[in-house]
Ligand binder design. Structure first.
Ligand code: GLU
Length: 487
């Protein structure tokens, strides 16, 4: 059997982490089995869906390098891949269900339905549709139509049936048909509901496995009944667990970033996001934590997907991203860091001189081990750019009060002025010489120089800072410190 899986987002907002994980698991399952991965769009919520959201979701998938073999923008034999372009097909399937008696027209008004719901609730029963329109005759229907009522189409739920869902993650899950009530499959405007359209799509696209979020488990019995009514075997289901925040609550916007684009904008690397979300619910068999997309495709399996909730741990994500930052070339990181540096107006975005490019690369090299995502470059730029240090406070201010400080800074100035080329190497030598000449322990030399230049006790290495600042800025910063704190 050729494996065919799909990702079917509703284009009503950005791609969220949970959606990205569903897409990834489907993608990996397809790759692993040399199958086909399809991306289509469930855009029947006409008010909330937009092409812009669809575009953004596709862009996010592309950014993650999750490529699809068939579907929107790619095409394929089973298109069109947008539900609003498939209304004719849903009509055909609706007609089949109407003809076989598995579905019927319902003319109940919203008020009538509300009354029924309230009556059931009052009796302590689950509110559901009890089938008032199940047996309407042609004459009754005609009379209701004359009244101007527009019908919905409901699925006739069989009584007393145990609906078995063999789920690859959860085992055999059983629902009772009695609690369900006849549900709407086509709304009065002719638009199919999710539970119906998704089944038609999965049948007509020959989907073999449905891998999706656990929140859809309760929809699945409704879908299974439709498969049965249409005489089509249901695909294999795999419902993947919810993603919780570290407090154990459902991940929501309040927990910060939930959309893939949020992470892209903060300068996370796509391979880190992929690696991180793969581990949200799937566990490798060994100890290894770092996996590229290709490696994941080799080792992924549905039986290592856990049914317990996954926890979204931002520290873990940062840890994984840090790993991939270390693996990346300075050229790539420089390219990715540019938008943040550009925000500060420090370097031209395009057409940098060779010198500026070199500065950028050296800057990245100096800090790449210290950042967990690229927007953090902004926090470091003050060490390397401009002729005014940050204002020292607390301990840093104390450092400048040392009696040796004026002579340290004077000698430092002389040394840097006398150095032909300020490089990491020459700076190392120069600082060493200073300790010898002044007969001082390293700390008494390096700390005042560091504070005078940066205003901070800690930070990147002095031998990175000094060449990147350049002679002019170094002298400027020393002068500012002397004027403000030593005179
Ligand atoms: N549009 C649904 C969602 O975004 C798809 C559910 C499914 O995969 O069946 O959650």
């Amino acid at each position: 059997m050729k494996i065919r899986v799909r990702f079917a987002p509703s284009p009503t907002g950005p791609l969220h982490i949970g959606g990205a994980r569903s897409a990834l698991f489907n993608y990996l399952w397809a790759r692993k089995n040399k199958g086909t991965f399809i991306v289509r769009s469930e855009d029947t919520d006409l008010e909330r869906s937009s092409r812009e959201s669809e575009h953004n979701i596709l862009e996010a998938l592309r950014w993650l390098n999750i490529q699809w073999d068939e579907g929107i923008e790619v095409g394929g034999e089973h298109g069109p891949y947008r539900q609003t372009d498939r209304l004719g097909l849903y009509r055909e399937y609706t007609d089949k269900l109407l003809a076989s008696g598995h579905a019927y027209y319902c003319y109940c008004t919203e008020e009538e339905l509300e009354q029924e719901r309230q009556a059931l609730t009052a009796k302590g029963e689950t509110p559901r549709y009890l089938g008032k329109c199940r047996q309407l005759s042609a004459e009754q229907r005609a009379a209701l139509e004359v009244e101007g009522r527009k019908p919905v189409v409901r699925f006739r739920v069989p009584d007393g049936q145990a609906i078995h869902i063999p789920d690859q993650v959860r085992g055999d899950v059983v629902f009772e048909s009695n609690g369900i009530g006849d549900y709407v499959i086509v709304k009065s405007d002719g638009i199919p509901t999710y539970n119906f359209a998704v089944v038609v799509d999965d049948i007509s696209m020959a989907i073999t496995h449905v891998i999706r979020g656990e929140e859809h488990l309760s929809n699945t019995p409704r879908q299974v009944l439709i498969y049965e009514a249409l005489g089509s075997p249901a695909p294999q289901f795999a419902h993947i667990s919810l993603i919780l925040n570290t407090e154990g609550g459902k991940m929501s916007k309040r927990d910060g970033d939930t959309a893939v684009i949020d992470y892209q904008q903060k300068g996370y690397l796509p391979e880190a996001i992929v690696n991180f979300i793969a581990l949200l619910g799937w566990a490798p068999s060994g100890e290894e934590e770092f996996y590229t997309l290709d490696e994941l495709a080799n080792v992924f399996s549905l039986d290592r997907v856990s049914k317990s909730p996954a926890v979204f741990d931002r520290h873990k994500l940062d840890y994984i991203n840090t790993h991939y930052i270390k693996e990346s070339s300075a050229e790539r990181l420089a390219e990715l860091a540019l938008p943040y540096i550009d925000e500060l107006g420090i370097l031209p975005y395009e057409e940098r001189s060779a010198e500026q490019q070199q500065w950028l690369i050296s800057f990245i090299n100096a800090i790449s081990e210290k950042i967990s995502h690229l927007s953090e470059v902004k926090d470091f730029i003050h060490y390397f750019h401009g002729d005014i240090p940050l204002e020292p406070e607390g301990e840093a201010l104390e450092v400048l009060k040392g009696e040796q400080v004026p002579s340290v800074l004077t000698l430092f100035r002389e040394k840097v002025q006398g150095t032909e080329l300020l490089s990491g190497e020459t700076v190392k030598v120069l600082l060493k010489q200073m300790t010898k000449e002044l007969k001082l322990g390293g700390k008494f030399v390096y700390m005042p120089v560091r504070v005078a230049l940066t205003g901070q006790m800690h930070g990147p290495e002095l031998y990175d800072i000094i060449p990147l600042l350049g002679l002019k800025n170094v002298l400027g910063r020393i002068a500012v410190t002397e004027a403000r704190y030593l005179s």
